[in-house]
Design a protein around this ligand. Structure first.
Ligand SMILES: Nc1ncnc2c1ncn2[C@@H]1O[C@H](COP(=O)(O)OP(=O)(O)OP(=O)(O)O)[C@@H](O)[C@H]1O
Ligand SMILES: N[C@@H](CCO)C(=O)O
Length: 308
């Protein structure tokens, strides 16, 4: 007998991770949304409650509803689902707000259906929801939420996700200035072509970053956390980006860059003490401005979305 109701924690995630635009991501632990999903006799998907932020209850306009509708169109259950969303991740934050909803609903429905779908298939349904928010299908926030840890999306069609190892002592620091950048806008400002020399630098860094994760080589990790493709364009949208990045690097971070489409900025550090020093240094930069902000220090969440 399958369960009729499930409560989950759907974590925030960091996409791109400097050198892996649209393919690399990792999962955070200290911030995420909660969702309750239950079966109903009436067929369909019904978003009955959203707390935290003002988002559409219409299932066709909410990413959680769109991904859930895609899953039930395939599974064809003879009952429906109600979804309650308790949002902690601000939409347009750069730490995967839309992704947490799009993946949370289908993770939970898969559980309530008795887990007929693999994690890769669940990610495929979630991509339908994520596309509503960003205007194109990508899975670099979804995959770390669903699989946990660091992930690499090798291909979106057919979808193939690689789970990468998480070095034992690695921590993330996030600063989230309270301005909104829509992913669709941040994608639209990117050039359509790039110089070959920049592409070479970027794929060399991506390859060496993956190698550094496999070998827990923090020195190599530090030298690989670079972005010559996206950061130069998008950093202009984030006030004080260069100062925050410099402060992070000067206070022990292995690397720092834009989290997803921004405005959040992430840093990776070896050890929680370094991660906390980086947090303090990042806070100092924004404390001198009129912009409100929040910061988080988090271990890497290797479990991903979990039942509460
Ligand atoms: N359940 C939902 N949660 C969050 N955003 C939603 C949801 N449903 C629809 N949206 C819409 O998606 C957009 C936010 O998604 P967007 O991808 O821009 O931000 P993000 O997910 O925080 O960023 P990133 O993907 O860079 O981490 C907003 O326009 C919001 O109204
Ligand atoms: N890879 C995506 C992540 C944000 O959803 C981007 O940077 O546009």
């Amino acid at each position: 007998m399958n369960k009729k109701e499930i409560k989950i924690f759907s974590p925030a995630t960091v996409a791109n991770v400097s050198c892996g635009y649209d393919v690399l991501g990792f999962c955070l632990d200290t911030i995420g949304d909660e969702m309750v999903i239950r079966t109903t006799e009436r067929k369909g998907i019904f978003i009955t409650k959203i707390e935290g932020y003002d988002l559409p209850l219409d299932a066709t306009k909410n990413v959680a509803g769109v991904s859930a509708l895609a899953m039930i169109a395939d599974a064809k259950p003879d009952f429906g689902f109600e979804i309650e969303i308790y949002k902690n991740i601000k939409p347009g934050s750069g730490i995967g707000s839309s992704s947490a909803s799009a993946s949370g609903s289908v993770f939970a429905i898969n559980e309530l259906l008795g887990r007929p779908y693999t994690k890769t298939q669940v990610t495929g349904f979630a991509m339908k929801g994520e596309a509503l928010a960003s205007g194109s299908e990508h899975a670099d926030n979804l995959a770390p939420g669903i699989f946990g840890g660091f992930t690499l999306v090798k291909s979106i069609s057919p979808l193939e996700v690689l789970q990468l190892p998480t070095p034992k002592d690695i921590y993330a620091t996030i600063i989230h200035p309270q301005i909104e950048i829509k992913t669709s806008d941040a994608r639209a400002i990117l050039p359509k072509t790039f110089p070959l020399k920049d592409a070479i630098t970027q794929w060399a860094n991506l390859g060496s970053f993956v190698h550094a994760l496999h070998t827990s080589d923090y020195e190599l990790l530090k030298r690989s956390l670079m972005d010559v493709i996206v950061e130069p364009h998008r950093s202009q949208l984030i006030p004080h980006f260069a100062e925050v990045k410099l402060a992070a690097l000067e206070h022990g971070a292995l690397g720092a860059s834009i989290s997803g489409a921004g405005p959040a900025i992430f840093a990776l550090s070896k050890g929680i003490e370094n991660a906390e020093n980086v947090e303090k240094a990042m806070r100092e930069v924004y404390s001198k401005t009129a912009i409100a902000f929040e910061t988080y220090v988090s271990k890497i969440n290797t479990e991903g979305i979990r039942e509460l």
